[in-house]
Design a binder for this molecule. Sequence first.
Ligand code: I6G
Length: 676
Amino acid sequence: MAASDVVEKVESLREQIRHHNYRYHVLDAPEIPDVEYDRLVRELQALEAKYPELVTPDSPTQRVGAKPIKAFGTIEHRLPMLSLDNAFSEEELRDFHRRVVDRLELEDGGEQLPYAAEPKLDGAAVSLLYVNGALQQGATRGDGTRGEDITHNVRTIDAVPLRLIGSDYPETLEVRGEVFMPKAGFEAYNKRARETGEKTFVNPRNAAAGSLRQLDPQLTAERPLDIYVYSVGVVDGRELPDSHSEVLDQLQEWGLKTCPERGVVNGIDGCLAYYEDVAARRASLSYEIDGVVYKVNSRAEQRELGFVSRAPRWAIAHKFPAQEELTVLKGVEFQVGRTGALTPVARLAPVFVGGVTVSNATLHNMDEVNRKDVRIGDTVIVRRAGDVIPEVVSVIKDRRPKGARKVKLPAKCPVCGSAVVREEGEAVARCTGGLYCSAQRVEALKHFVSRRAMDIDGLGAKLIEQLVSIERIKTPAGIFALEKDELASLERMGEKSAQNLIDAIEKSKDTTLARFLYSLGIREVGEATAASLAAHFGGLDSIMSASEEDLLSVADVGPVVASRIRAFLDESHNREVISRLQDAGVQWQESEPRSAPKDGPLAGKTFVLTGTLAAMTRDEAKDRIQALGGKVIGSVSKKTDYVIFGEKAGSKLSKAQQLGVETLDETQFEALLEHT
Ligand code: I6G
């Protein structure tokens, strides 16, 4: 290639890569598959390796700088990085709005005053400085006047453009925003850290801040960080639009990522409705937030309002109730689950956190208790995020009283007195009582009747506990021997509910083999595995007599699962329960075994689904894959062909990325289905 051709090719590749970065990170609408993108990057890398003189700092290949730095430099913010005032209640928000209305002397009481609204992310505030379109500097907020120079680290964040798009950007453009670690990345990071014995992060905010404060940019590059920009600082050489929301639209056009949840609302009622809406969707957002921010949308009105001490008068953060609080650990009890797993549960001095009073929180397992060094009497941080079970996050060691007691795993099951064992390499200790243990019985029954298993409506946890405690039912088969009159005589049960329950039990008898297998509660056999087993063998008898080797030929079944299934089916009391269920009339349609892959364009391909899909339910997605001959399995391995991910995708997505399994978002998945 002639020298000018090389220069042209390099520039063209950079333009293409920047464009696809923008489509992927900023618009969340990629145009090409990952393999194609990787090919472009590799081609550019190869040319830059051959012609090192062509390498520029804003080339998309230059995210990770060569060397760790020795210490952070200091950067003076030309315009101070302010903080926001907070409103912790509706009352305080109304006060803020009243102050705005009074200062602006609005006649209608500001009923229609437009506010730009967006979630307040729980991350680390940063400033990014672009000079002539190239990223020149990244800084932390610091004390608002001076921050730390973290340029080498922000460069490693894929969503931070090294060069702005287009040509009409200001000569100098400083943007401010929040760097954050999405929930899925945070969970995956901590899981890996736990496995390798490294330090975990207490929450995504610390994870983001800690990751930005690495001296070695390679380490930052390994952290799954993201960014949303939310305002501008210094701008020279070009006017910006008149409203804040249009400024953000403009920043987005220049390639900077803004929060997709942002919007414009009118007056106090608009703000409150926005708050309620975001609060309701908080748990399903893929990142942590701690409130919402409202900003008077007109920039002229912002100028009129000005600042008070270190905060703008035209903006406020409306905070959600705190999700973390301090309290004292009064004791630890052990709860026994369906598979006998003992979960240490913290009994706490009641504390108001995440909008409710919490007095119990999970400690997960003994490894976690030991890792966090939790002792009875300690002051602990409790976290309650959304509807998830509250957990003890960490201990304030400085406040440990004398005589704080270590937590001991009991040798005997607290419910049935059977021995407790902890298998080699397992974090979880288990009661060995099996169905002899009433706790396991209750949990097994709850699972059996649950919606996705036998779907017996009206047989709730309390009723199961009652029936188990009076020894009326011991195994799932007992459910089918219940009679209306005895149910009607139970506490809180009337004739009508007793009859409804009897009807629901009757109705549940017509089921599918997959549901039946799932309802048995065999360890490691989730819905997907149960469905694979049912499809593979077609009938229960073949499964009952299948060897471990036979079981291994099912797509979703590995050695551990195969041995769990065999062990369950070899237990005489389990076989007894199964035949009693069949005797009671539980039945399903058997089908032809499917040992060879089904015909169809996706025959032989395995799929894993994770997260919530927008346009179809998981079951619909599964049906569509299966209709084309593909298989849907429950866990990701090297053998998986595709991982399909939706909103709030969890560890399966990160595992796929680690293993190099192809991942498809919903649009790509639709395209695959369309084209096959
Ligand atoms: O700390 C902040 C978080 C979010 C902000 C902020 C924000 O907007 C969504 N906006 C401003 C203007 C400031 N701090 C000063």
